[in-house]
Design a protein around this ligand. Structure first.
Ligand SMILES: [Zn+2]
Length: 281
């Protein structure tokens, strides 16, 4: 790993640590103020706030009361750092492919890359927070999803990831409509309205074709996951499953939407072969 990549990773750990606070304090009045132990309320000292390391040093326990600290904290930190690094490397692959020089250096970061990096880091940070929050509470907080929708739209207007076209402008509403209809028809039983808002952002972030691919992939992954969960629950071999899952169990869908989008973003799979058809015209 190059020094610049290590710096990006550490930066990601710090942002991940901040996301943990955001996830915890959404709906509360203040984002700021010292963090404390969830059980005994002990305020944390500076050395207890170092991402991942504090958790490992304290063996996942509070130093005062000995209660367990959720492993969500280090997981979110490492996930954020990994995604930050992935985005950084990915942007450099694109940059190197487009640049004339054979060896584009990683440092200093070419200034033309800053808008892309910052835009993508912001978008993926919001998505990580939405995912974790939705897994916990089975609801997508408005403040996060509107932030995602807003940032995606601004990115589209400024053409950060590509040219602004009518198709990409309409992609948001087009992707959101089926979700809104499902929500309306089922009166919120099949799907939450938060998923419709999320789809709006996905359309604007990914564009129409990749957006459609993302959502189809999300349904596939969600279906496989759901079937596996029901089967495993029937067999009852999964000792760590606290709940008995049935077809009617409520599984948050946002994580699948986001996972589908992330996979399509990095791998560019053309699920329906639309790009193939379009390019052959
Ligand atoms: Zn404690």
């Amino acid at each position: 790993m190059l020094p610049i990549q290590l710096l990006v990773f550490i930066f990601g750990l710090i942002i991940g640590s901040f996301l943990n606070v955001v996830i915890l304090r959404i709906g509360e009045k203040s984002l700021f103020g010292r963090s404390g132990c969830m059980s005994c309320g002990k305020k944390l000292r500076w050395f207890e706030l170092i991402p991942v390391f504090s958790f490992l040093l304290q063996k996942g326990k509070c130093r005062q009361c000995g209660n367990k600290i959720s492993w969500q904290y280090p997981v979110v930190e490492i996930l954020t750092a990994s995604i930050f690094l992935l985005i950084f490397n990915y942007q450099f692959l694109i940059f190197n492919a487009n640049s004339q020089s054979e060896f584009a250096s990683l440092y200093p970061i070419p200034y033309t890359l800053y808008p892309h990096l910052i835009y993508l880091w912001v978008v993926f940070s919001i998505l990580i927070a939405i995912t974790v929050y939705d897994i916990h509470h089975k609801i997508i907080p408005d403040v996060l999803v509107f932030l995602f929708v807003g940032v995606s739209f601004i990115g589209l207007l400024f053409g950060v990831l590509g040219e602004i076209t009518w198709t990409n402008l309409l992609a948001g509403p087009i992707l959101a409509t089926p979700f809104a209809l499902l929500w309306l028809i089922s009166q919120g039983k099949w799907i939450g309205f938060g998923d419709a808002k999320l789809a709006l952002g996905i359309g604007w972030f990914m564009g129409l074709i990749d957006g459609v691919s993302s959502i189809i992939l999300a349904f596939w992954i969600g279906a496989v996951f759901g079937i596996l969960l029901v089967l495993l629950s029937k067999v009852n071999t999964l000792f760590f499953l606290k709940k008995h899952f049935t077809i009617k169990s409520e599984i948050p869908f946002a994580p699948f939407l986001i996972l589908g989008m992330v996979l399509i973003f990095f791998f560019g799979w053309d699920i329906l072969g639309i790009k193939l058809v379009v390019s052959s015209w």
